[in-house]
Structures are given as C-alpha cells and as structure tokens.
Design a protein around this ligand. Structure first.
Ligand SMILES: C[S@@+](CC[C@H](N)C(=O)[O-])C[C@H]1O[C@@H](n2cnc3c(N)ncnc32)[C@H](O)[C@@H]1O
Length: 303
C-alpha cells in the first residue's frame, strides 16, 4: 500500500476540528506539527493511495467547507498540499504525536505501545487506534469519557454507538459496567475495537458488532446507559431507535455535536426531546458539545 500525506496550515485553535475532518474523510491518522508562524500549526493526515483517494479528498474539502460555514476559521482547501510518502512511513509518523493523557479525575489513556505510569486508583485505557477514530486526543472523545466517569453506575449495561477504536466501551467497562455492546458501521473500526478490547483484557464484558443501531437488539434488556459520539445528523436520525434501547430513567450521552450552527445542535435536541430524552448536563470543549440526557419514557412504552 502506498500512502500520501495531506497537509493544511491552520490557526492553532482550529487544529482539532481540522484533524477531526481529516479522520472523518478517511485519514488513517493525523498529527499536528509546528507551523511557520506564531499561532499557526500544520495539520497532516495520512491517506492510502488507491482508487478511493480522490473521493476522500473531495470529502475532506467538503468537510472543511462545512466547518467554515459553521463559523470555524478554517482556511480554504487551496492551502491543502499532498505529497507521496515512503511505504509505511505514516505508521510511525503520526504515532509520535499520540501521548498518554489524563481525562476527568482518573482516566489515563495510553498508546498501546507505551508503558503507562498510573497513579493509585487510575483507570488505564490502552489504545492502538489503527485506522479508527478515538485516541482520546479529540475533544469529543474526552468529553464523553468525562461524562462516562460521572454518570456510569457500577453494574450498568452500556451501548456504545459508533465505537471507533473502542475507547469509550473499554473505559465504560473499566469504570464498572457489567457489559457493553459496541457497534460501528466501519469494518476497520470494528477490527481495531476488537483488538483493543483484547489488549485491555475486557473481552468477557465487551461485544463489538459490525453495523448500525438496527444490529442492536431492543428485546432482552434495554440499556442503562448509551453513549453516541457520532455526527449530529446520525444521532438525530437514530433518536427513536435509541429510545427503544435505553431503559426508562436510563441515560444517554451524546458527543460529536458542534455548538454552531445552531440548526444542527437544535436538530439533535429536537429529535431527542421528541423521543423522550431530557437534557441533564451540558459540557463543552472548544466548539464541541456533549450532553447527558435522561430517558423519561414510561415503562409501558418500553414494554
Ligand atoms: C467520531 S467517531 C467516535 C469514536 C469513539 N467512540 C470516540 O468517542 O472516540 C464516530 C464513529 O461512529 C461510526 N459511525 C458513523 N455512523 C454510524 C452509524 N450509523 N452506526 C454505527 N456507527 C457509526 C464511525 O465509523 C466512527 O467510527
């Protein structure tokens, strides 16, 4: 497999959002490198060179336009450059920028290839994301981890919709979940999540399934807690299906939603309100919003 490095110089404060756009467009990993001027960095992403490369770059440009339309100061894609890489160089290139990091009070996310130095009481989540999203370096993942730490109760049955690297499913288990069902539509994510579940020694409590919410049974016990760190449109579209899977009085944590444009966050709030979810808590980092909801569906409706 040949690889290409895409590079876009941006202002430091928008680097996270741009890196997320690279990943969502199919980049196998990203890194943020020092820029040419104060307040500037270069976001780089690594793309496989195959028949799908052009489509991924079109998708990347569309996502950058979308961020600009949302009021995030992303430069036009005319600044985007592409260069071929020596085989496999990307694999080590982006790994150099994935460092252990603390989230919330006691979660420590550690690259799978590093030796952690935990403090007493730490929950250590070891992640090798491969080509999947979820190293804990993106605000949406961090916000969802912190929300899990605060809202998960020991013994909960948890649904992780859009598991990516499996980071939230693994953290939920280590925080005390009885069992976790993790789903993702991307087969590469499913593979990465399964490998991470094994590496964290939680395969007895986490099942990773390839598919959408329809792959998740409604019968046999709705979930005490669901977490969905996916883009706004997908969460809004799945609101009714989520409601069927979260037990009355259960909780839902949503991530991946940008505060602006208001139209999009309003779409999620409206769809979830219609499905019986009441917001309990909102946390923000940069432009990203995570909301914890409570399901107020009646037991009869949950039937
Ligand atoms: C932003 S990543 C989140 C990964 C990880 N949960 C985290 O918090 O870092 C979103 C994931 O959702 C998956 N996804 C997108 N739409 C989906 C859908 N309709 N059903 C299941 N997974 C979906 C993507 O493949 C991707 O792995």
């Amino acid at each position: 497999m040949k690889w290409a490095e895409a590079r876009l110089p941006v202002a430091t404060e928008v680097a996270e959002a741009v890196a997320a756009a690279f990943l969502e467009a199919g980049s196998a990993g990203t890194a943020t490198l020092p820029g040419d001027a104060v307040g500037q960095v270069a976001v780089v992403g690594y793309f496989p060179v195959d028949d799908g490369l052009d489509a991924r770059l079109v998708d990347l440009r569309r996502r950058l336009r979308h961020l600009r339309a949302a009021g995030i100061a992303v430069p036009t894609s005319s600044g985007l450059s592409l260069r071929p890489l020596a085989d496999e160089a990307w694999a080590t290139a982006w790994r150099a920028y994935f460092r252990p990091q603390r989230v919330g009070e006691r979660i420590l996310v550690v690259p799978g290839w590093e030796q952690p130095e935990p403090r007493a009481g730490d929950v250590v989540v070891r992640i090798d994301p491969g080509q999947a999203f979820g190293t804990g370096s993106h605000p949406t993942t961090r916000l969802c981890l912190a929300a899990l730490e605060n809202h998960l109760r020991a013994g909960d049955r948890v649904l992780d919709w859009g598991t990516g690297s499996g980071i939230l499913a693994i953290a939920a288990t280590l925080l005390g979940a009885r069992e976790v069902l993790a789903v993702d539509v991307d087969p590469i994510a499913v593979e990465a999540a399964r490998a991470n579940v094994q590496a964290n020694d939680v395969a007895d409590r986490v099942v990773v399934v390839h598919g959408d919410l329809v792959a998740v049974p409604t019968a046999g016990g709705p979930f005490d807690l669901a977490v969905a760190n996916i883009v706004a449109e997908v969460i809004a579209g799945g609101a009714a299906q989520l409601a069927e899977r979260v037990r009355p009085d259960g909780r839902l944590i949503t991530g991946g939603v940008v505060a602006a444009p208001r139209k999009l966050s309003g779409l999620v709030e409206g769809a979830l309100a219609g499905a019986g979810f009441v917001p309990l808590e909102v946390t923000r980092e940069e432009e990203w919003v995570t909301t914890v909801y409570r399901s107020r569906r009646s037991r009869d409706a949950a039937g």
